[in-house]
Write a protein that binds this ligand. Structure first.
Ligand SMILES: [Zn+2]
Length: 339
């Protein structure tokens, strides 16, 4: 009897200490103390013990059961502590780990310049409107006083889709669309993409222009000079100036090239302006009366001024970029510089 209890106790001790989880510990408990456990069998054996020895044997059994109960509850606490410790360790927040970085996008330098110029002109009372990039020959050329076989067509290498449908070579087509759609007075700028078959360090087959149009009574070259002077002051600096050089465009008469004070050197002369102090960024003029008449506007009552500029040229100057092609390579390292 004694031997049997001792043996059970030893087995129980070793099973309790090697129980690796609360669940397996409970299995051990059931195995020894449960209704069909080891001690139930031992209690049955008590019947075979001589009556005078029974009380002592019963006490041994109960002592052994108490020991096992105590060992189990100790092991239970240890396992619970360990489980909690592991849970905490697994959930620990390492404040030294680098955070998840948020990638911020940024506007493209061309968009930045378009937004800036649009802001300037909306501040002067202009509307902003865009139009189709696939344009009719009629709106892009003919109604702008550039009939077929006109030598001015050679000034632009045009992408033809059909004989009459092209990729617009200039935002000037929007002058026509605007004048056909609205009655004077008109004050509008039209930023947008234009296309010409040209590709080198200073030309891209796709680039951006902003066209401006004012139609009203008594519009003169003085209004154009005043308007562009105001624009140059807002775009470059309060001391910036504009100068006109005679030029030729079929849709304006007279036509001028408008130069503005170099944004880099303020007019003293630098590499960017080839030491002239001026940047050639604008073509402009008084709209040819034929163009107004083409759009059903009485050129006896109304006159108009128009101007156009290349956005990339301004972006190159503003951001000190020497090759236009990098603007459209979509290299994120380049674009990141203009946040
Ligand atoms: Zn300069």
């Amino acid at each position: 009897m004694e031997d049997l209890i001792g043996k059970i106790l030893n087995t129980a001790k070793s099973e309790i200490s090697s129980a690796a989880s609360l669940k397996s510990l409970n299995d051990v408990r059931v195995g020894f103390l449960g209704r069909n456990g080891e001690f139930t069998a031992v209690m049955k054996n008590l019947r075979g013990v001589p009556p005078e020895e029974r009380p002592l044997a019963g006490k041994r059994v109960n002592d052994a059961k108490d020991i096992i109960e105590r060992l189990i509850s100790e092991r239970e606490r240890a396992l619970a502590d360990e489980e909690l410790r592991q849970k905490i360790a697994a959930e620990t927040l390492d404040v030294t780990l680098p955070g998840k970085r948020t990638e911020y996008g940024s506007l493209h330098p061309v968009t930045l310049i378009i937004n800036e110029i649009s802001d300037i002109f909306t501040g002067l009372g202009f509307d902003v409107a865009d139009g189709p990039e696939i344009e009719t020959d009629k709106y892009n050329f003919e109604m702008l006083n550039i009939p077929k076989d006109h030598p001015a067509r050679d000034m632009q290498d045009t992408f033809y889709i059909t004989d009459d449908i092209i990729l617009r070579t200039q935002t000037s087509s929007m002058q026509i669309r605007t004048m056909l759609a609205q009655k004077p007075p008109i004050r509008v700028i039209n930023p947008g993409k234009v296309y010409r078959a040209d590709f080198d360090s200073s030309h891209s087959p796709m680039f951006h222009q902003i066209e401006g149009l004012v139609v009203d009574r008594n519009i003169t070259l003085c209004d154009l000079l005043g308007l562009l002077g105001e624009f140059a002051k807002k775009l470059i600096s309060k001391d910036a100036q504009v100068r006109f050089r005679p030029s030729y465009f079929p849709f304006t008469e007279p036509s001028v090239e408008a130069d503005v004070t170099c944004s880099e050197c303020g007019g003293r002369g630098c590499q960017l302006c080839k030491h002239t102090g001026w940047m050639e960024i604008l073509g402009a003029g008084i709209v040819n009366p034929k163009v107004l008449e083409n759009c059903g506007i009485d050129s006896g009552e109304y006159s108009a001024l128009a101007f156009g500029m290349g956005i990339e040229r301004i972006a190159l100057a503003r951001f000190g970029i020497s090759d236009m092609r990098v603007i459209f390579e979509n290299d994120k390292r380049f674009l990141r510089n203009y946040r």
